[in-house]
Design a protein around this ligand. Structure first.
Ligand code: G1P
Length: 293
């Protein structure tokens, strides 16, 4: 497969499930420990070798753009106070000049439409798509695992990350059908968005990490409405699968659906527990809260 240099982050969602926290602040800026959700996802892309970060934003999302810029007043104050550690921490997260682009989804017409809004910035090359609602915790990031797996696949391949989900939750996600398998990688025979329980082709859901060919934009341009009267990415992938191969990768690691309150809180605890500086105190607090400490 051709190298994957660009990643798209759809960050235009309204975040209604987290109101009132998201009334004036984008949900992508909610912290998981001390880094915004979107920063964790950008870290994953960067670790996978992504060079250009494309954000599809919306109104009230300007602070995301500010987050990925320098903050001179803050830097000045920290310099005066000789807070070198904090200065280094801030510098690490700022993308190199010219490597972050922002475009707006003007009307919330669904995930497929948000992805289509990135077409001019992506151009004619395969790209990664990372949904910032999903965090995957593992020492090798999910996208890096996908790019590793892509090595031997044909140039026209598309790859989606998948994970097992209990039957009673399948209807909340895209679900794939499983074809020929080699290790964690398999050919996808079908995709169904938010299937009724008896219609789910397997127990593997689409996790929110994709490597897609640029031909997806041509399909999305037709603006066909699907579930929820939205332009669904899954519908466009089904269409593209008629002419290009799709593969599923059962990645290693634990995924947190940070679009749900419990998933978000669990991610905070899990990420805190892997941090040397706070894990011991966190563990003690959890013990106390659960009543056996
Ligand atoms: C989207 C996709 C779905 C996928 C999910 C992962 O759904 O349409 O296929 O399983 O993300 O989080 P949404 O969460 O936007 O409803």
């Amino acid at each position: 497969m051709r190298p994957i240099r660009k990643a798209v982050f759809p960050v235009a969602g309204l975040g209604t499930r987290f109101l009132p926290a998201t009334k004036a602040m984008p949900k992508e800026m909610l912290p998981v420990v001390d880094r915004p959700l979107i920063q964790h996802v950008v870290d994953e892309a960067r670790e996978a070798g992504i060079e250009h970060f494309i954000f599809v934003t919306g109104r009230n999302k300007a602070v995301i753009e500010d987050h990925f810029d320098r903050q001179f007043e803050l830097e000045h104050t920290l310099t005066e106070r000789q807070r070198r550690d904090e200065l280094e921490l801030l510098a690490r997260d700022v993308p190199a000049p010219g490597t972050a682009s922002f475009t707006r989804q003007q009307v919330p017409l669904g995930l497929g439409h948000a992805v289509w809004c990135a077409r001019e910035l992506v151009g004619q090359e395969p790209f990664a798509l990372l949904l910032p609602d999903v965090l995957v915790q593992h020492n090798r990031g999910c996208l890096a695992q996908m790019i590793d797996a892509a090595g031997d696949l044909p140039d026209s391949a598309n790859i989606i990350a998948v994970e097992k989900m209990p039957a009673e939750r399948l209807h909340m996600y895209g679900v794939v059908g499983i074809g020929t398998r080699k290790g964690g990688l398999f050919s996808v025979t079908q995709m169904v968005e938010k299937p009724a329980r008896e219609k789910a082709p397997s127990d593997l859901i689409i996790t929110g990490r994709y490597i897609l060919q640029p031909e997806i934009f041509g399909v999305l341009a037709a603006e066909r409405r699907g579930a929820g009267d939205e332009i669904q990415l899954t519908d466009a992938m089904i269409e593209l699968a008629r002419t290009q191969p799709f593969y599923g990768l059962e990645f290693e690691g634990r995924a947190f659906d940070c679009g749900s309150k419990v998933g978000f809180l669990a991610a905070n605890i899990a990420y805190a527990l892997e941090r040397d500086d706070i894990a011991p105190a966190m563990r003690a607090e959890l013990k106390r809260l659960l009543g056996d400490g």
